[in-house]
Design a protein around this ligand. Sequence first.
Ligand SMILES: NC(=O)c1ccc[n+]([C@@H]2O[C@H](COP(=O)([O-])OP(=O)(O)OC[C@H]3O[C@@H](n4cnc5c(N)ncnc54)[C@H](O)[C@@H]3O)[C@@H](O)[C@H]2O)c1
Length: 245
Amino acid sequence: MFEHTVVVSGAASGLGHAVMRRLAAKGARVAAVDVANIHATDLPDECTAHACDVTDAKAVQDVIDRIGPISALVTCAGIAPGAKLVGKSGPHDADLFAKVMAVNVMGTFHLMSTCAAAMQRNAPNDKGQRGVIVTTSSVAAFEGQIGQIAYAASKGAVAAMTLPAARELARDGIRVASIAPGVFDTPMMQAMPEEVQTSIGATIPFPPRLGDPDDFAALVEHILTNTTLNGEVIRLDGALRMAAK
Ligand SMILES: NC(=O)c1ccc[n+]([C@@H]2O[C@H](COP(=O)([O-])OP(=O)(O)OC[C@H]3O[C@@H](n4cnc5c(N)ncnc54)[C@H](O)[C@@H]3O)[C@@H](O)[C@H]2O)c1
């Protein structure tokens, strides 16, 4: 699918894992980046595992330098702890807010900037393209629920980086797009009680269930191959519009 390596962050679990598996099945060489251990048995042939906390700018630079030439980046690493602006025990923990921003915004930013710099060194392909970046926002960027103040802020920032990055990198033939998923069946969601998962699934117009991570991976694959798709945040949500809570 690509001449060089595809970097996938958050590949140990959920959406990132589905992306790694799908792209590897299409013949891509995937560098799986995660703070959590990626089990050797989960790693498809031709894929490599790279332990890295994406909040650590130097660690990200070291990993990207080690990987070598990069054709595409897919950022899926993220966290979603819930807390209200004013909770039962008082104001929102500022450290928790900063942590969500560190992982979801700074982590995405470090990967985007280091990978874009690496892609700039690629020779352009026959369409003039040197690379593609796909980030993961959330419908919470647009309809953040009560208890999602930090998460919604972080995913709004990820969505907002898309257009300026696409505009800046256009001269290098590097495309940038973001996916705003609705609710997907991943360990992040499976942490909730089953009845909550079922009731959330039932609020999705169609299909009325939690999203299949491979559908997310299919959209990533499409973005990576559609040369005209650039600078856009794409909702993938079964027509879900999240309620206040
Ligand atoms: N599942 C959903 O319904 C849903 C909806 C909208 C957006 N998203 C977003 O999609 C992305 C993937 O979510 P998921 O559901 O697959 O979650 P998940 O918890 O299954 O996977 C997230 C992965 O990110 C990794 N990670 C967390 N912090 C990291 C760090 N500092 N450095 C490196 N890796 C780190 C985790 O180890 C984990 O493997 C997240 O950004 C999430 O916010 C998910």
